[in-house]
Design a protein around this ligand. Structure first.
Ligand SMILES: NC(=O)c1ccc[n+]([C@@H]2O[C@H](COP(=O)([O-])OP(=O)(O)OC[C@H]3O[C@@H](n4cnc5c(N)ncnc54)[C@H](O)[C@@H]3O)[C@@H](O)[C@H]2O)c1
Length: 345
C-alpha cells in the first residue's frame, strides 16, 4: 500500500493506492456517514459498507445529471444530513463525479471521500477534485472543484469488473503514460495480458505510477488554468464519440487518442512512427476501430467546454511521454477532420 498526498488551494487529499476495504473504519471521521453508490456496486459490496445511510443511483452515465443530483440532495435533507455529515462516494467514475458534486453543493459543501471501484476511477476519475454532471449530450458542463479527503483504491475490487470496463480504465491509464511517462507506456504495453488477468502486483505498480503523474499535474494546476489541460489528451474527440455511440468513457478516450495522434502527425508535431506505436498498443489492448466521426463533429467540439471562441485547445503529442497544448483555429480542425474521414474511409 502506498500513499500519495495532493495538497492544493482547493483542498488536501490522500490517495491510498493498494489500500484495503478493511482500512475504511480507521479513515472515516466520527461523523454521521452517508454513502452514495450505484445499484451494481451495492449488490456486490453492500455487505462491506460501514454503518451508514446508503443512497443509490442507477448505474451509468445517465445518473450524471442535475436531476439526479437534486434527488440526492432531497434524500440527504429528508434523512437529516447537516453540515457536520460526511459523504462517501463508493463506486466508479460516475458515482465519484456525482457524489463529489453533491458534496460540494449540498448546504454549501460537506466533507467527502471516495472508495474507488473501477480501474478508470482508480487511475483518474476519483483523483484531482473535479466533480461534474452532464447537460443533455454535453459532458461535465456543470461542476465544481473540491478535493476528496481521501481516495481508497483497493485493487481487489477490480476482480468483479467486466472486461469492457477494465479496457475502459486502461484507456486513462495509457493516456497518463502517453502524456507524461514513456517508460510507463512501454511497461503497460508489456503488461496487457497480466492486467486482464487482474494480476495484483502489476495493477498496483502501474496504477501507482499513473496516479503519480496525475497528482503531480493537479498539484501544479488544481483549477485547470494551464498544464492540467494535457490530461484531456484524446478527450475532445473522445467526448463526441462517447455521446454519439454510447460507448464507455475510457474506450472513447482510446479512440480519441488515436485521432489526436493523427492530428499531431498532421500538424508536424509527432513523428509518424510514434503515432504507429501508440495505435498498435491501443489495438493490442482491444480497440478494434475508430467509430466514424459524426457529421456535425465541429459543432459538437465547439460546444465542448474546452473551446474558446473560434479556437479550440487541443492536446497534441510530440513524442510518447510528452504532450503539448495548442490552440487550433476551427478552420484548421475542419481541414483535419475532412482529411481524417477521407483517410479512414
Ligand atoms: N472527475 C474526473 O476527473 C474524471 C476523470 C475521468 C473520467 N471521469 C468520468 O468518469 C465516468 C466513467 O467512470 P467509470 O468508467 O468508472 O464508469 P462507471 O462509474 O459508470 O462504472 C462502470 C460500470 O462498472 C460498474 N462497477 C463499478 N465498480 C464495479 C466493480 N468493482 N465490479 C463490477 N462492476 C463495477 C458500475 O456499476 C458501472 O456499471 C465518466 O462519466 C467520466 O466522465 C471523471
Amino acid at each position: 500500500m502506498r500513499r500519495i498526498k495532493v495538497n492544493t488551494a482547493t483542498g488536501r487529499s490522500v490517495l491510498i493506492i493498494g489500500g484495503k476495504l478493511n482500512d475504511l473504519p480507521s479513515l472515516l471521521p466520527p461523523c454521521r456517514l452517508f454513502i452514495i453508490t450505484d445499484n451494481n456496486v451495492r449488490a456486490l459490496y453492500g455487505d462491506s459498507f460501514p454503518p451508514a445511510e446508503v443512497l443509490t443511483v442507477q448505474p451509468g452515465e445517465e445518473s450524471k445529471s442535475l436531476m439526479v443530483a437534486g434527488e440526492l440532495c432531497s434524500r440527504l435533507l429528508a434523512a437529516g444530513a447537516d453540515r457536520s455529515s460526511f459523504i462517501l462516494g463508493f463506486g466508479g467514475g460516475v458515482v465519484c463525479d456525482i457524489a463529489g458534486f453533491v458534496a460540494s453543493v449540498y448546504m454549501r459543501g460537506l466533507r467527502h471521500a471516495f472508495v474507488s471501484t473501477t480501474l478508470l476511477s482508480q487511475v483518474d476519475a476519483s483523483i484531482g477534485g473535479k466533480t461534474g454532471v452532464n447537460m443533455g449530450r454535453f459532458k461535465n458542463m456543470i461542476g465544481t472543484f473540491k478535493q476528496p479527503e481521501f481516495v481508497l483504491c483497493d485493487h481487489t475490487l477490480l476482480s468483479t469488473l467486466p472486461d469492457t470496463e477494465l479496457l475502459s480504465g486502461l484507456g486513462e491509464l495509457i493516456k497518463h503514460a502517453a502524456i507524461g511517462d514513456r517508460e510507463l507506456f512501454f511497461d503497460i504495453s508489456a503488461s496487457l495480458s497480466r492486467l486482464f488477468e487482474h494480476d495484483q502486483v502489476s495493477l498496483e505498480n502501474l496504477i501507482y505510477r499513473a496516479v503519480k503523474i496525475k497528482a503531480a499535474i493537479v498539484r501544479r494546476d488544481p483549477l485547470e488554468d494551464g498544464i492540467r489541460r494535457v490530461l484531456n489528451f484524446g478527450h475532445t474527440f473522445g467526448h463526441v464519440l462517447e455521446t454519439a455511440y454510447q460507448i464507455p468513457h475510457g474506450i472513447a478516450v482510446m479512440e480519441g487518442m488515436m485521432i489526436a495522434a493523427e492530428l499531431s502527425v498532421w500538424k508536424g508535431e509527432l513523428p509518424y512512427t510514434e503515432a504507429r506505436i501508440l495505435k498498435s498498443t491501443l489495438e493490442s489492448a482491444g480497440v478494434m476501430k475508430v467509430h466514424d466521426l459524426p457529421e456535425n463533429i465541429l459543432g459538437l467540439i465547439i460546444k465542448d467546454k474546452k473551446s474558446e471562441s473560434e479556437y479550440v485547445n487541443m492536446v497534441l503529442l510530440q513524442s510518447i511521454g510528452k504532450a503539448v497544448v495548442r490552440k487550433l483555429h476551427i478552420d484548421e480542425l475542419k481541414a483535419f477532420t475532412e482529411y481524417f474521414i477521407q483517410m479512414e474511409g
